[in-house]
Design a binder for this molecule. Sequence first.
Ligand code: ARG
Length: 581
Amino acid sequence: MKSHIQSLLEQTLATLIQLEIVPSDIQARIQVDRTKDKSHGDFATNLAMMLTKAARKNPRGLAQLIIDNLPASSHIAKVEIAGPGFINFFIDENALANQLQDALEDEKLGVNLPESQTIVVDYSSPNLAKEMHVGHLRSTIIGDSVVRTLEFLGHNVIRQNHVGDWGTQFGMLLAYMEELQAKDGNKASLELSDLETFYRAAKVRFDESEEFATRARNLVVELQSGDEYCNKLWRKFNDISLSHCHEVYNKLGVSLTRDDVHGESAYNDDLAQVVSDLETQGLLTESAGAKVVFQEEFKNKDGEPLPIIIQKADGGYLYATTDLAAMRYRANVLTADRALYFVDLRQGLHFQQVFSLAKLAKFVPDSMSLEHLGFGTMNGEDGRPFKTRSGGVVKLADLLDEAIVRANELVRSKNPDMDDATVEKIAKVVGISSVKYADLSKNRTSDYIFSFDQMLSFEGNTAPYLLYAYTRVAGIFKRAEDIDLSGAKINLEHEKEKDLGNKLGQFNEILVRVSAKGQPHVLCGYLFELAGAFSSFYEACPVLNADSEAQKQSRLLLAKLTARTLKQGLALLGIETLEQM
Ligand code: ARG
């Protein structure tokens, strides 16, 4: 509620600036505090007093102007000016209690569904030439969580796994595959079970043998000209590589399927058209034999124009060319209102350039929103990019297995008498959700340090803490199974009941924020606070030993809504809940 009032006041301040009552360069910290004395309402702000000097108005007069411009809110029963110019807010507990009651009746927890949009979400998108590594973890789990949230809000979401399945490195891989198959077919399949090693071995052959390298280059040309034999080899390679990816998705509980794969190669047939369309519009320039586009707004550090290369001198197409074709497909065929790209922040310039070119060339309508929702780097505990001890890339599959092993030790240590099968089942959920939650709970754009110890801790904003909090709430129902709650009413009387009620009432605004900017960490922070509000409530307000039957039922309803909100919130993060831990 505090943040709700804060945001109302922020909007009011913006209006006052527009009305030129307050100068636009004002740096006001909007403070909202709980009142000590309930006769002054529930919350108060000294904003009017803070602004008097800058606005050259008396504080009570200014307080009145603030109140006059405050957006309407069903949560606020009354607003009053007090003393020298304080503004007091009285929360409407009945409106809130009714809202919560409605949420309980609704399978979507009372969330208002916005106007439905078609939203393309480009995420995971690994390169098939190599094994998926930790760098793809962030894209995969952040993207998946946003996809789930958007679908929950009723949008038509189209997942696009824009895999890197094309390019010169495939010549080298196919040449090596061919060589192994000629020797022994089984050996080729065996070696492909570890793509990393396969890639390295192919690279060794490429570097040591001129003959091999020539064969590799020829294969690329044949592949691109549609040669059946090459295409068969290539499909086989990609199929194996994709099955590795899907093993990881399954382990992670990510909703991507094979049908969502729409990789770079899918745009082959449109690439020549992209070039000629840019040419017709007079946007292409020749530069050292290559075809490039210069856009005014992109310059390098020395102020020189920075081109996008569309076609190399040898006729080859690039990453940018494919992305232009992909945007056109997403606009025309998929009819997207928004296209979201969950890709490393380091590709920021690439996306700025191709987005602006796609609009300039009218490949996508002006109304379509193109959003690069970048993320920072996942670092090791030494603060440097995450590597194995020997400095190699960490495979995602290995990392997840280690998380499960560690979770197993943790669960076992807490439950010495539990049978192995149950420990294993719990450990799988705890291990995987810890890795996911640790990532999701960080601000998407910051770098973060990957630490098993931290993510598996029961303290702080972690998966184990939340999963455990959920089992506690769920446990209350186990003990109250025979209580009939039909006809029960929520009543917010105690301070802690009101706090919990206020938190529960915010679920909707939180989901809107997650979907607007692709920020699951907002939801994580919210669930953590909700679990905290429940704990304080549970400590202060006896449930099964309440003063009256009505009070007991009201408190049980609050617990029920908390359990459902936690479970739903975690599900939107792609995290399964447990009934016991
Ligand atoms: N395959 C690329 C990589 O691993 C990511 C592709 C992202 N999506 C896109 N449309 N460019 O870096």
